[in-house]
Ligand binder design. Structure first.
Ligand SMILES: Cc1cc2nc3c(=O)[nH]c(=O)nc-3n(C[C@H](O)[C@H](O)[C@H](O)COP(=O)(O)OP(=O)(O)OC[C@H]3O[C@@H](n4cnc5c(N)ncnc54)[C@H](O)[C@@H]3O)c2cc1C
Length: 487
C-alpha cells in the first residue's frame, strides 16, 4: 500500500483547499482498505476517508492523522430474470458507472449522471438528482464495521435512507467497501424528460415473482405431461398375513396385447376373522408427489391430497360388514423400492400399503366372497380405469377403453373392483364358487321387482328412449343413458 508522509490533500479535493495529512495511504483493494483502517484504529491514529474528494473541505491546518484514499476498483455483474445486479467497489468513479449502465441499456441511475465522486460515497448522503436517488436502486451495501472489527452488509431498509441522508452519514463507524445496485432494462424505470428510447414495456417482475412464475409454468407442463400419460390403473395387489408372513392373496394384471390385459391370480388362503393383514396395491404410474422434506403433498391446484382415497374390503353376502381400510394419511404411499409388501413397484409412490385386522366378530360361517373396492384418484385428480382388462388409450379427442365400475366406457373412469379375495372361519377353507361384485359395480334396481343384468339393460334402454321422446317437455330433467354392465 503506497504511503506518503506530510501529504498534501488539497489536490485530492474538488475545492483544491486544505493542508496536508500526517500520512496518506492509497487503498487499491478492499483488503488494503480494511488493513489501513484497522491498523490506524489499533494505533489510535485519527482516520480521514476520502474518495473523489468532491464533498470534502479540508482545513488549512491539514489533518493530523492518516488519510485513506479509497481507490478500489471492480464491477461484478449478475443477471436475475430481467434485472441486473451490479456489485461495485467503493472507489469506482460514479459518473463512469452511470455512463456504462446507460450504454448497456440499464435504467435506474441515469438521472444521476454528472454527479462527481465515488460509488462508495453515494449511499452516505443518498445521492440524488432530478427526482431519482440512489436509495431506489441500492440492494445492499457492504462495509467494514470499525467498532465490531468485521465486515457487514446492510440491505436497503437497514441503510436508513432519507432525503440526502442515511444511517452512515454523520458517523465514522462504517467504511463502505462496495455497493450492490439492482437495475432494470431501460424504459422500465423513470422516463426523465420523455427521453426514453428503448422499447421495453416497463413491466419488470421482482426476482421472487419471476421465480414463482417459472415454477408455476414448469409445474403446469409437468401436470400436462402426467395427464397425457393416461388415467391410472391398478397393476397388482397382495394380501399378506402379518403374523405368519404368508401371502394369502396375490394378483397382477399382465399385458397380452396392445389393448388387452389378463389378471393372474393366486388365492392361497382365506382371510380369517381376528387375523392381521397387510394389503399392498400397485398402480401403473406414480400416484402422489412429495415435498422437499419427503412428505406426500397435494399437487398444487389439484384436489387429490395426500390421502390414498377410499379402500374398502367388501363382503356383499354379509350385510353391513364392509370394512373401510385406514388410508386417510399420506403415510400409506411407499417411497422405498422393493415391491410388495413394503416398497413401490416401479416408481416412487406408485403403490400403497395398509395394515388391517379382520374383525374377530365378522359373521363368516362358510367361505365368503370378498372384493376390494378401490376409489382412488391420481395426483392430477384422474380416476381409476374401472376395467384394467382393456388398456386405455387416447383417440379422437377422448380416452377409449376407460370404464367405470359398471364397465361403461365413458371417458371418466371410476372404481376398480378387480381384486377378489375371500374370507372363511379358518385356514384351509376352499374358495367360494361365486365371485363377489362390489357395490359400485352393482347396477341400480330395475324397479320391476327383480331381474338380472339383462332386465336392467332393457330398462336402461327404455328409459333412454323415453327420455328422447320427452325432449319436447323441456321442464323434465334427463338422466344420461348408460350401457349394460359387463358381467
Ligand atoms: C459540482 C458538484 C455537483 C454535485 N451534485 C450533486 C447532486 O446533484 N446530488 C448529490 O446528492 N450530491 C451532489 N454533489 C455532492 C457529491 O457529489 C456527493 O456527495 C458524492 O457522493 C461525494 O463523493 P466523493 O467520493 O467525492 O466523496 P468524498 O468527497 O471523498 O467524501 C465525502 C464524505 O464521504 C466519506 N466517504 C467517502 N467515501 C467513503 C466510503 N467508501 N466509506 C465511508 N465514508 C466515505 C468521506 O469520509 C467524506 O466524509 C455534488 C458535488 C459537486 C462538487
Amino acid at each position: 500500500m503506497p504511503a506518503r508522509l506530510e501529504a498534501p490533500l488539497a489536490e485530492l479535493t474538488t475545492l483544491r483547499l486544505g493542508g496536508p495529512a500526517r500520512r496518506l495511504v492509497t487503498a487499491e483493494s478492499s483488503a488494503d482498505l480494511i488493513a489501513a483502517v484497522t491498523a490506524a484504529d489499533r494505533d489510535g491514529e485519527p482516520v480521514l476517508l476520502l474518495a473523489g474528494g468532491s464533498n470534502l473541505v479540508i482545513s488549512d491546518l491539514g489533518f493530523d492523522g492518516v488519510a485513506v484514499r479509497i481507490a478500489t476498483r471492480g464491477v461484478e455483474v449478475a443477471r436475475s430474470g430481467e434485472r441486473v445486479r451490479l456489485t461495485v467497489a467503493a472507489g469506482e468513479p460514479w459518473d463512469e458507472l452511470v455512463a456504462r449502465c446507460v450504454a448497456d441499456g440499464l435504467a435506474g441511475i441515469e438521472c444521476l449522471s454528472g454527479i462527481p465522486g465515488s460509488v462508495g460515497a453515494t449511499p452516505i448522503q443518498n445521492v440524488g438528482a432530478y427526482g431519482q436517488e440512489i436509495a431506489a436502486t441500492v440492494r445492499s451495501v457492504s462495509a467494514w464495521d470499525r467498532t465490531a472489527g468485521k465486515a457487514v452488509s446492510f440491505d436497503r431498509r437497514a441503510c436508513g435512507f432519507g432525503y440526502r441522508t442515511s444511517m452512515f452519514k454523520g458517523g465514522d463507524r462504517y467504511v463502505v467497501l462496495a455497493v450492490t445496485l439492482e437495475l432494470e432494462p431501460a424504459n422500465g424505470g423513470q422516463d426523465y424528460g420523455g427521453l426514453a428510447t428503448h422499447g421495453h414495456s416497463g413491466f419488470v417482475l421482482p426476482d421472487d415473482q419471476a421465480a414463482r412464475m417459472r415454477e408455476d409454468v414448469a409445474r403446469m407442463y409437468l401436470l400436462g405431461f402426467y395427464r397425457q400419460a393416461g388415467p391410472p390403473a391398478v397393476l397388482a395387489a397382495q394380501i399378506r398375513d402379518r403374523d405368519s408372513d404368508q401371502v394369502v392373496y396375490e394378483a397382477a394384471w399382465q399385458q397380452t396385447s396392445a389393448v388387452a390385459r389378463t389378471l393372474a391370480t393366486s388365492t392361497n388362503s382365506a382371510l380369517v376373522p381376528g387375523r392381521n393383514y397387510r394389503l399392498w396395491v400397485a398402480f401403473n404410474k406414480p400416484m402422489r408427489i412429495r415435498d422437499d422434506a419427503g412428505n406426500v403433498v397435494a399437487y398444487r391446484g389439484q384436489e387429490s391430497g395426500a390421502s390414498v382415497g377410499t379402500v374398502t374390503l367388501e363382503f356383499p353376502d354379509l350385510a353391513g360388514q364392509n370394512l373401510a381400510l385406514p388410508v386417510a394419511g399420506g403415510d400409506s404411499w411407499l417411497a422405498a423400492p422393493g415391491g410388495a409388501p413394503d416398497g413401490f413397484l416401479r416408481y416412487r409412490d406408485d403403490a400403497f400399503a395398509v395394515d388391517f385386522t379382520l374383525p374377530a366378530d365378522l359373521p363368516v360361517t362358510a367361505s365368503t366372497a370378498a372384493v376390494i373396492s378401490l376409489s382412488i384418484r391420481d395426483l392430477a385428480d384422474m380416476t381409476l380405469d374401472g376395467n384394467p382388462a382393456t388398456a386405455t388409450d387416447w383417440a379422437n379427442g377422448h380416452w377409449v377403453r376407460l370404464e367405470d365400475a359398471l364397465g361403461a366406457e365413458n371417458d371418466v373412469g371410476g372404481i376398480d373392483c378387480s381384486f377378489k379375495p375371500f374370507a372363511a372361519p379358518q385356514d384351509g377353507a376352499a374358495a367360494p364358487a361365486g365371485e363377489a361384485v362390489c357395490a359400485a359395480a352393482t347396477p341400480p334396481p330395475s324397479g320391476g321387482g327383480g331381474g338380472g343384468p339383462l332386465d336392467w339393460a332393457v330398462a336402461a334402454l327404455a328409459a333412454c328412449l323415453l327420455g328422447r321422446r320427452r325432449k319436447r317437455a323441456p321442464d323434465r330433467a334427463r338422466k344420461p343413458c348408460r350401457a349394460a354392465p359387463h358381467t
